[in-house]
Every structure is written in C-alpha cells, then in structure tokens.
Ligand binder design. Structure first.
Ligand code: ADP
Ligand code: MG
Length: 413
C-alpha cells in the first residue's frame, strides 16, 4: 500500500514535467507560480576569462575566503583558501558585527597571503540567502535563514554593506564585481570548462537549480525549484510538512533533499509498525542511505546503526521493512530530481538534439552512490535511449570557484 503511494507512474512523471514547464513560463513572465524564476544577472563564461580573484562564500557552516586564478582554457586553481568559524554572536548580532567580521577576515587573509594593498582586486561574493538583484553587483536581502539573524540587514543591499565595512577597515582597493548564490556558482564553474553545461543543481541539505535562459540573453535564472508544488503528496509528506517551520512551502525540496528524507522514512516506519523507537528528526538522510545499502545477510548494519542511535535493534522482519522504506523514499526523491532535470533540459532543447552536462553539487549526489544510480535509471525510464544525451557531472566548490568566474565575466563585459 505505502510502497504503491511512493511509486510515481510514467504518466505522472510526464504530467510533472508538463506542469514544471508551465510553472517556469508563469514564473518568468511574472504570473503566479510556485517557481520564482529569479533573474540573477549572471552571464555565461566562455572559458577564456583569466585573472586573479578573491571569492567570499557565506551561507554554510563556515565563512570562506579563497584566492582563485582563472587560467583560461577552462582551468581554475585555488592558490589559497581559509575557513573562518562563524560564531553565533557574529551572525546574530548587529549588522556592523557581521560585516565587520567579514572585512576583518578578508584583511587577515590578504596579509597572510601577501595579496597586495596596491593592486586593484576583483571580488566575487557567494551569498546563499534570498536576495533581489537589479544587476550583478547588488542584492537586497529579503530574509535571513540557517540561523543568521544580524539586525538591520534585511531590506539592505549586502554588497553596499560589505563595501562600507571594507572602507572602515582601510581596504580601498577591492571591487565587488559579482554577487551570486551556490546554484549559479555550480552552473558557471562547470560551464567554464564545458560549454555543453547548461544546468547547475544542488542536492544537499536543500535542493535548487539554475540554468541560462535563452529568452533573456542566456542570463542565469535561479529557478528556486525546491518550492515546486505540483507533485502528488502522500499522507506522510503532509504529516512531515506540518512539523516544519515553513508548512505548505518547499514541497519539492521536502520530497527530495537531505534535510527531510530521513525524517520521512522515520515517520513511515513508526506509523507502519507502531514502534516509536526513534525521536523526531534524529534519523538523518545519512542513516537512510546506510540502511538502504545494508547488504549483510541479517541486516546487521541496520542493527548497529539503531544501536548507535540508542534504539533497540528490532527483529529481522522490521529491519527488512526499514530497508524497504528507505529504498522507496530515496528512489522517489531521485525520480523527482530526474523529472525536474529533464523538464529544464527539455525547455532548453525540446528535441534533445544535442548533449547536455548537468553540474551537480551536494552530498546526496557526491557521497551516496546509490542515489546517483537511482537518478540515472530514472532518466532512462523517462527518456529511454535519449537519456544518453544527459551527463551528470559532480561539480564541487561552485560556491567558491563560481564567484570568481562570474566576477571575471562581469568585469570583462
Ligand atoms: P549543504 O547542502 O549544507 O552544503 P551537503 O551538500 O553536505 O551540505 O548536504 C548535507 C545533507 O546531505 C544532509 O542532509 C545529510 O544528511 C546528507 N548527507 C551527508 N552525507 C550523506 C550520505 N553519505 N548519504 C546520504 N546523505 C548524506
Ligand atoms: Mg553546499
């Protein structure tokens, strides 16, 4: 019964792709849509851009600063990088504290790596929070998330805030040439060496994607696909959604990404067995992937995993059920990711006349081999032999490298 409700038929997949297309069109033309389709003002690199850049990456667990050189012919290197621990007081204090911390870290980084105060330096800023942009080098913060809450910042242009902080620290030679997010970074990083790349996808804690829109002069569009909502939900999806801080939002993300899959499996298991052996949200997607790939004869891997969580190791039959639940949750996630990928590629190239590289970053794709093969088999199920036209490429550190690539394209044009 439950397994059936988690299997999406080929007809439904085709309907999802069609609906995805109409939501994309609606979003692009400013009509009501679950897809925001945000213009990012980032254009595509040719691969021949060169130069030395600094990239800032804010929006994950750490704040990073990277020195990046673009060598032309698609080569990107990182001569120096440093991670700065974000302290709660820096990210939840005043605006001055947060941006002062960014500027002070940059000053330290430049001194430590002998990056001159005399030369003019172009900087790319990956800022993975919702912003509204009117050009490539501005961005009004719409809201904070991920534990950030620096006061007096929402509604302000974060590029200006960094600039002001740099001036206060006496850093006058730095020009912020581009503001991007991690999906744009992933897209342009791969595109720099592969002109056939026209989709960047994040499959990690959350999920999102970006692609160059022909109707807008190949400008990168941030789809915000995590919010796509024309999907068949089960009672478990609804049950989990109700316990999140943003019920009714991010429907696709909640069926696909790492933040949610483990909890979804836990809910199904406790409902089917009436065994409440795990606390809400403690069964993560990493646990789910381990359980799904346990091939030991008596499922000893699952027993050990449960023990590690302080739970009873269950009967063999229950462990088998848990494995099946994890398998169906992850297969559905990959099926939906594949449908979204196909939808965007078909918008770009309806007849699939040429090859397309999809740049993907995030632990679901990187650290979970079975997930990758689920996506591949879903692509084949949807496109048959034409699935060969789509290649999936792990693209790491787009949030670092991509900022430099966009800074280079923005300053060269
Ligand atoms: P972020 O999206 O924050 O940059 P990641 O790309 O590392 O971070 O994704 C983190 C998510 O990936 C978490 O939800 C975690 O549970 C999940 N995850 C990490 N490792 C694995 C794994 N080996 N298998 C499945 N999921 C994993
Ligand atoms: Mg990431």
């Amino acid at each position: 019964m439950v397994e059936k409700s988690f299997r999406i038929s080929p007809e439904t997949i085709n309907k999802i792709i069609k609906d995805f297309h109409s939501e994309m069109s609606a979003g692009l033309s400013g009509r009501k849509s679950s897809l925001a389709m945000i213009p990012t003002f980032a254009s595509m690199p040719t691969g021949s851009e060169t130069g030395r850049f600094i990239a800032l990456d804010l929006g994950g667990t750490n704040f990073r600063i990277l020195e990046i050189t673009l060598g032309g012919r698609g080569r990107i290197s990182i001569p120096a990088q440093h991670r700065f621990r974000l302290k709660t007081r820096d990210i939840t204090g005043t605006q001055k504290q947060l941006f002062g911390f960014i500027a002070a870290s940059l000053k330290r980084f430049m001194l430590a790596n002998k990056i001159g105060a005399g030369e003019k330096i172009l900087l790319g800023f990956t800022f993975s929070f919702p912003v509204r942009q009117t050009n490539i080098s501005n961005g009004i913060l719409l809201s904070w998330n991920k534990g950030f809450s620096a006061k007096n910042t929402v509604g302000k242009d974060v590029v200006q805030l960094v600039n002001k902080a740099l001036k206060r620290k006496g850093l006058h030679n730095i020009k912020i040439a581009a503001l991007i997010n991690d999906t744009i970074g992933t897209l342009v990083t791969k595109r720099y060496s592969d002109p056939g790349c026209d989709l960047g996808v994040i499959l990690g804690t959350g999920t999102n994607a970006a692609y160059p829109e022909k109707k807008m002069g190949e400008m990168a569009i941030n789809i915000e696909w995590g919010n796509f909502n024309r999907l068949p939900r089960t009672i478990y999806d609804r049950k989990m959604d109700a316990t999140t801080p943003n019920p009714g939002r991010q429907t696709l993300e909640k069926m696909v990404s790492g933040m949610y899959l483990g909890e979804l499996a836990r809910l199904i298991f406790s409902d089917m067995t009436n065994k409440k052996i795990l606390k809400p949200w403690e069964f993560t997607t990493t646990h789910l992937s381990l359980a799904e790939s346990d091939i030991s004869r008596r499922l000893g891997g699952i027993a050990r995993l449960l023990k590690g969580l302080g739970a009873p190791s269950l009967t063999y039959a229950d462990r088998l059920l848990m494995k099946r639940i994890c398998g169906m949750v992850s297969a559905r996630s990959a099926q939906i990711s594949a449908a979204a990928i196909v939808a965007v590629i078909l918008r770009i190239d309806p007849g699939l006349k040429r090859g397309h590289t999809v740049a993907i970053d995030g632990s679901l794709f990187e650290k979970w081999p079975k997930y990758r093969s689920h996506i591949k088999s879903s692509l084949v199920a949807i496109l048959k032999e034409k699935a060969r036209k789509i290649s999936l490429a792990l693209t790491q550190d787009g949030s670092g490298k991509g900022a430099a690539v966009v800074a280079a394209t923005a300053s060269n044009s």
